[in-house]
Design a protein around this ligand. Sequence first.
Ligand SMILES: [Zn+2]
Length: 429
Amino acid sequence: MSVLIRGARVLDPAAGRDEIADLVFEDGRIVDVGGSAAAGAKQVIEAQGLWLAPGFVDLHTHLREPGQEYKEDIESGTRAAAAGGFTTICCMANTDPVNDTPAVTEHILRRAGQAGRVRVHAIAAATQGLRGEIMSEMVGLRDAGAVAFSDDGQPIMNAGVMRRVLEYSRGVDRPVVAHCEDLDLKADGVVHEGAHSTCCGLAGSPAEAETVMVARDIELARLTGGRLHVAHVSAARSVELIREAKDAGLRVTAEVTPHHLALTDEVIRGYDTNKKMAPPLRTSADREALVQGLADGTLDCIATDHAPHAVFEKDVEFTAAAYGVVGLETALPIALELVREERMSALDALERLTSGPARAFGLQAGTLEPGSPADLVLIDPERGWKPSPDSLASRSRNSAFLEREMVGGVVRTWVDGRLAFAFGEETPG
Ligand SMILES: [Zn+2]
């Protein structure tokens, strides 16, 4: 059946398109944008005042299945993704068992095919058991479907191991996603080291815990010709290092999370464990550099680092609480804050959620090109809302943005032309 979405502001960053236009899709594929194919459409969706964009792409999601389904599973995690406008997500390897064998990769992809509402790609472990000692079987994992390699959650502390992983990344032509946090510098630090950590009596971790490892990994990418993707950049100096590496022509890409774009370490003064993540929230100068880096393209994309945790893991004293926050359902309004603050155009902000991440990993996604799958998101840029524990589709509630006034929400999400989310309606499973 053909569907016409009429009169939306169509934002297709890959094509540089930002105009009021009609879009038609049929049998799961985009047929026409801005042209004349609308005449025969069977179903018409009036979308005046709304924005229509390619479905978002998240390079950094923790789906927790297999093994930690009390936090999240593929069904609930992809439900949250669809509610946030994401149609393609890449899930991290720190499951139980760890995704370090082709059998686990294949299991995750099979389960995603059965239970997933959106497209799921698997990121496999870079080292066996995420122990940072012995490389995983990267060729076999790539052949099983892994789109990238990462020990995320754990930095690879041994530079010799990281060198070999990057050498192999070149051979298998997949990026290595680096969680840059030197554990010796981090020591017992649970928040950013600075005035606020001192005031709160919490042990701090300096920005250098990140920047030292970003510098190391860039040098190793230079040595090996490997593909390095720096996860969740949090420090101003990291942005400079990545900018220099890109200027030098190295194969380096990077992501920033919504919470690092929106919050600073000042918020830890409330001892709210939903503001505890790794790397930690840093200073307003760091935040400013991240926004600038995202705006000028040094940082290729916004990635959520969606990290669900159960109440009993967060509702404890600050030092004992788990690291991480959920993020799939609040990424869009945080990106739109940057548009309203005139830090980025709407087209650029959506680029960092669509074709930007797709390009970083080499994924076929994030475009409205006729013939592409109808992975679409319809956005109400004006809708005001407030995330609350009851309003989230994720199984977990550990959002850093509970009770923050948001503007902008998802109206509908389609994957392959199938409705994966409709605001205010029960979406067919
Ligand atoms: Zn990480």
